[in-house]
Design a protein around this ligand. Structure first.
Ligand code: GLN
Length: 443
């Protein structure tokens, strides 16, 4: 804990990965020592973890990177936080993020951007950029983020660390502030596959408080001991999308290295992949517009009093939401409005089913699929904030997995001009553990 607190003191002023430290961290670490002395078996004894600021922490502010929740102090811990504490982990700090997890660069935080530890002029990715940057800069050994359309995997790739989005339903969403509920999943960051597995074993598992939670025991550490003869399908459409030279080189190097360990590679096709971004940005904004309706100045968070109830709501929302949150609420409300519902939201649901069917077909030919995590490495701060479309395009490799609900692991796979490049392994539903045994071949 002292090591990481020292690192934070030295590096946080330049990187701004964190929104606040847990003032109780040292006290909590001492309590863990006592549990150990009593003979408790704690798989994460004393391990400091950083949590994205959309994971509820009892007594510790949880802002979602938004002014509207700036002073919100949850009265309870998210299930994942509860599980981490039970396992002996110590909450070190809350991490910066794009407002309500909407963004790909952490520049849409109401509390200022996070910088990429590899190059301070570049973004760390997003929306869990604070968590990824903290792990990359050794300000924490591990962290949690949330992934609605790539927000764990893409920042992991940009920061040169491991990031994992489990099969939808394997991690409880209880206490994760909702972004787009049918897509949201909590996921870990780490600097080694082994650490990623340790954390996954703790956070995955059934929770009766999340109605979409699945009964499926995690066996991640165990998977690291297994070597299965796997077939990996390289997704043609993702290779053809216009990747930067360093990303293509890393893909080829990955293939050659794994072929040397007996993994077989085939080419697979997911024809509907080209509709994934459009489908995602309709489905996700629709869900966002509904989920964010609760921030109305009456229940919790910011309240700007107005003439009457509706004036209070308008003033509160105008003062509390930043530009990207507004844009998505407007787009989502439009997509759901009568007269447009069938043309947009209804269509997106059909496209989502089609993409799922295409994934099923690809999985008939391969156990695991492979794409780059992002077509390019970390971009310059400020280069995409005024162009929402180009920001959305950076999610091209990640969003389909959330639409389909399948697991994805991003692993560090090389560099392009000094910037980390990530590869994405995609698993069949509930076959998350396979991704770990495969990733380990490359470590
Ligand atoms: N970048 C994507 C978006 O802006 C993903 C967000 C996420 O996974 N939370 O919607």
């Amino acid at each position: 804990l002292k090591h990481y607190l020292n690192r934070i003191e030295a590096l946080e002023p330049q990187i701004h990965a964190l929104l606040r430290l847990n003032p109780e961290a040292e006290q909590e670490a001492r309590a863990v020592e006592q549990r150990l002395a009593k003979g408790e078996d704690l798989p994460l004894a004393g391990v400091p973890v950083v949590l994205k600021d959309n994971l509820c922490t009892r007594g510790l502010q949880t802002t979602c990177g938004s002014r509207i929740l700036e002073h919100f102090v949850p009265p309870y811990d998210a299930t994942v936080v509860e599980r981490l504490r039970e396992a002996g982990a110590v909450v070190l700090a809350k991490a910066n993020m794009d407002e309500f997890a909407m963004g790909s660069s952490t520049e849409f935080s109401a509390f200022g951007p996070t910088r990429n530890p590899w190059d301070l002029a570049r973004v760390p990715g997003g929306s869990s950029g604070g968590s990824a940057a903290a792990v990359a800069a050794d300000m924490a050994p591990v962290a949690l983020g949330s992934d609605t359309g790539g927000s764990v995997r893409q920042p992991a790739a940009f920061c040169g660390v491991y990031g994992f989005k489990p099969t939808y339903g394997r991690v409880s969403r209880y206490g994760l502030v909702a972004c787009a509920s049918s897509l949201d999943q909590v996921g870990p960051f780490a600097r080694t596959v082994e650490d990623l597995a340790l954390l996954s074993d703790v956070i995955c598992g059934y929770d009766p408080r999340d109605s979409t939670s699945l009964k499926h025991e995690p066996r991640f550490a165990q998977a690291l001991e297994q070597k299965q003869p796997l077939t990996v399908g390289i997704v043609r459409e993702s290779v053809q999308v216009g990747n930067s030279p360093g990303v293509l080189a890393a893909l080829e190097n990955f293939r050659q290295t794994l072929e040397g360990t007996g993994v077989r590679f085939v080419e697979v096709s997911i024809p509907s992949l080209e509709y994934a971004l459009a489908t995602y940005y309709i489905a996700m904004t629709a869900e966002v517009s509904s989920n964010l309706a609760r921030y109305d100045g009456t229940l919790y968070g910011l309240r700007v009093p107005g003439r009457d109830v509706s004036d209070t709501m308008m003033k509160t929302r105008a003062a509390g939401f930043g530009p990207e949150a507004r844009r998505r609420i407007l787009m989502g409300t439009f997509a759901l409005s009568s007269g447009y519902y069938d043309a947009y939201y209804g269509k997106a649901l059909k496209a989502r089913a089609r993409i799922k069917a295409d994934f099923d077909q690809a999985f008939a030919k391969a156990d695991v699929l492979l794409t780059p995590t992002s077509p390019f490495p970390a971009f310059q701060l400020g280069s995409k904030t005024s162009d929402p479309l180009s920001m959305y395009l950076s999610d091209i490799d990640t969003v389909a997995l959330n639409l389909v609900g399948v697991p994805g692991l991003s692993l560090p796979a090389g560099f392009e001009e000094g910037l980390p490049v990530g590869m994405q392994l995609i698993g069949q539903p509930l076959q998350d553990e396979r991704l770990f045994s495969l990733a380990q071949h490359f470590e």
